[in-house]
Design a protein around this ligand. Structure first.
Ligand SMILES: *[C@@H]1O[C@H](CO)[C@@H](O)[C@H](O)[C@H]1NC(C)=O
Ligand SMILES: *[C@@H]1O[C@H](CO)[C@@H](O)[C@H](O)[C@H]1NC(C)=O
Ligand SMILES: *[C@@H]1O[C@H](CO)[C@@H](O)[C@H](O)[C@H]1NC(C)=O
Ligand SMILES: *[C@@H]1O[C@H](CO)[C@@H](O)[C@H](O)[C@H]1NC(C)=O
Ligand SMILES: *[C@@H]1O[C@H](CO)[C@@H](O)[C@H](O)[C@H]1NC(C)=O
Length: 377
């Protein structure tokens, strides 16, 4: 049995691609209002669609395979509270809570407006329809690009997204100093737009994504109750609009690749649970998946969380339950050496919920939370 597994795992390691998709979109060809669509998605998948970046929009639109459709609901809805957030809204760009770094000048923000500038070094809220020079961030070169031509905040955002990645985000004091130096070197007196803006829209799945891709001059809240968001499928393809939530239209759900199950089960029970209710216990074969695992694991109620990682005493190796060998590894010191006490309970692998969140070897009888995967590659 174990030998057969070993052969399969070597083959699948050779043939599997390591592409890593944190969520999958599912188009639903039924006309429902936003709340009904949300319920449908939560019952059948994870939630109404969340979008982090331009690639997600392309991916989502690929799933809408019907020529007649004009627009589809996504999971964005207006709430009662405004929050400051970054135009570069992909949660993958930030670590820890550095998306929350702020360097407001004393007394700021104070004007009840929705955009912000840097001048000099410190931040002020500033009306979005004023014109300022700005600084773009380029994700390929990881560089800051000053643009001296003055534009409104939204035009500056479009400029940066089309020619680079986005308006600049500032994640810590070092980055703030680098950006301030550029402003100063260019002798810009009236400040520069940065990517910080304010809105009250939130994702149905509570995701931190602050990525927005509204049509020009949208949201416009015509009639005062346009509190839900659609993506245009044909004209203005990929751009968003605010709509009344009781309109009925088709929609797109998403399914997260990974789910944390907050039950305390032995490793064997956890494996059975995942295979019955999802697809499998998670196999962490890349740093990207490890990062998603770390984020989920922080919400766990046990000090470690089961992974689909198992030791074979016959072969003296560790392997993933999906059949892959360990290429990427993230063991804590002294763990995962392959030398295990084989007269004891079967040894299996878990990730620590805190600290460096490394992998540890534990007896399968321990009772822990665990992470299931919903779909393969
Ligand atoms: C991108 O840059 C070019 C050259 O500076 C400019 O003409 C164009 O308008 C920019 N794109 C947008 C959307 O502003
Ligand atoms: C910015 O990134 C794009 C690709 O997104 C690249 O083609 C371009 O050369 C970069 N520009 C600068 C100034 O780094
Ligand atoms: C600032 O943030 C960047 C990006 O996360 C990081 O590379 C850099 O080390 C940080 N610097 C400090 C001083 O925290
Ligand atoms: C699981 O175990 C942890 C730590 O012992 C405990 O705090 C938590 O309440 C337990 N959860 C359940 C659902 O029993
Ligand atoms: C291995 O585990 C058995 C059973 O728990 C125990 O009696 C034995 O001392 C362990 N051996 C080592 C080297 O830790």
């Amino acid at each position: 049995m174990e030998r057969k597994t070993f052969i399969t795992l070597i083959l699948s390691a050779v043939f599997s691609s390591s592409a890593c998709v944190p969520r999958q979109y599912h188009f639903v060809n039924q006309n429902l209002n936003w709340t009904e669509a949300q319920r449908y998605c939560r019952e059948n998948y994870t939630d109404l669609a969340t979008i982090d970046n331009m690639n997600n929009i392309e991916e989502l639109l690929k799933n809408v395979n019907d020529d007649q459709i004009q627009y589809v609901w996504i999971g964005l809805q207006k709430t009662d509270s405004d929050k400051w957030k970054w135009s570069l809204g992909d949660p993958a760009f930030y670590t820890g809570n550095n998306s929350q770094y702020r360097n407001w000048a004393q007394g700021q923000p104070n004007d009840n407006v929705d955009c912000s500038n840097m001048n000099p070094g410190q931040w002020n809220d500033y009306p979005c329809n004023k014109s300022l020079p700005f600084i773009c961030y380029n994700g390929s070169s990881k560089g800051y690009i000053p643009v001296l031509q003055t534009m409104t905040w939204r035009d500056a955002q479009n400029y940066c997204r089309e020619n680079h990645t986005d308006l600049v985000s500032v994640r810590n004091q070092t980055e703030n100093q680098q950006i301030e130096k550029i402003r100063n070197d260019k002798h810009i007196k009236d400040g520069v737009w940065i990517g910080l803006f304010r809105d009250s829209w939130e994702w149905s799945d509570q995701s931190d994504s602050s990525f927005r891709n509204w049509r020009p001059n949208i949201p416009d809240n015509v009639g005062g109750n346009e509190n839900c968001a659609v993506v245009w499928v044909k004209s203005d393809r990929g751009q968003w609009d605010d709509w009344k939530c009781d309109i009925k239209t088709q929609f797109v759900c998403h399914e997260d690749k990974l789910v944390l199950v907050q039950q305390n089960l032995s490793w064997n029970e956890a494996l059975k649970y995942c295979r019955e209710n999802h697809v499998d216990l998670v196999s962490v074969h890349s740093e990207q998946i490890q990062r998603q695992v770390m984020e989920l694991t922080r919400k766990a109620s046990t000090a470690e969380v089961w992974l689909g990682l198992r030791h074979s005493c016959t072969l003296g190796i560790w392997f993933w339950v999906n059949g892959e060998i360990l290429c990427y590894q993230n063991w804590a010191a002294g763990h995962g050496t392959g030398v295990e006490n084989c007269s004891d309970a079967v040894r299996v692998g878990a990730v620590q919920s805190g600290g460096d969140q490394r992998w540890v070897s534990l007896p399968q009888t321990d009772k822990l939370n665990f992470i299931c995967t919903n779909y393969g590659e």
